[in-house]
Ligand binder design. Structure first.
Ligand code: SF4
Ligand code: SF4
Length: 91
């Protein structure tokens, strides 16, 4: 007898970069997520220069720990520009 294979039901989290342009300056989803799913990184890096958090597209926000997402949708409610989409493809 073979054990049934369980497919992990991780959240698919999409952040629209055309809507979320200055994530370092906003960070509402990052701060509000009870599961600490998000991380924010500089995308534009220039030697000897500090990355401007208000420059569009200089930073990006990444759902680094999407396996921890419970689907509470708090981040979606907090986002001021409706940039976040979450689904559970294996539900
Ligand atoms: S749905 Fe909830 S747990 Fe998942 S990323 Fe958003 S705030 Fe975090
Ligand atoms: S709340 Fe929305 S706009 Fe703000 S950092 Fe998160 S995805 Fe970007």
């Amino acid at each position: 007898m073979t054990a049934a294979r369980t497919v992990p039901n991780f959240a698919e989290i999409i952040i629209d970069p055309a809507k979320c342009t200055t994530p370092f300056d906003c960070k509402r989803c990052l701060r509000g997520c009870p599961q600490a799913v998000f991380m924010c990184f500089p995308v534009k890096v220039e030697k000897g220069k500090e990355t401007d958090p208000r420059e569009p597209s200089a930073y990006g926000i990444v759902p680094m720990f999407r396996d921890k997402c419970t689907g509470c949708r708090l981040c979606i409610d907090l986002c001021p520009v409706e940039a976040i989409t979450i689904s559970f493809p294996n539900a």
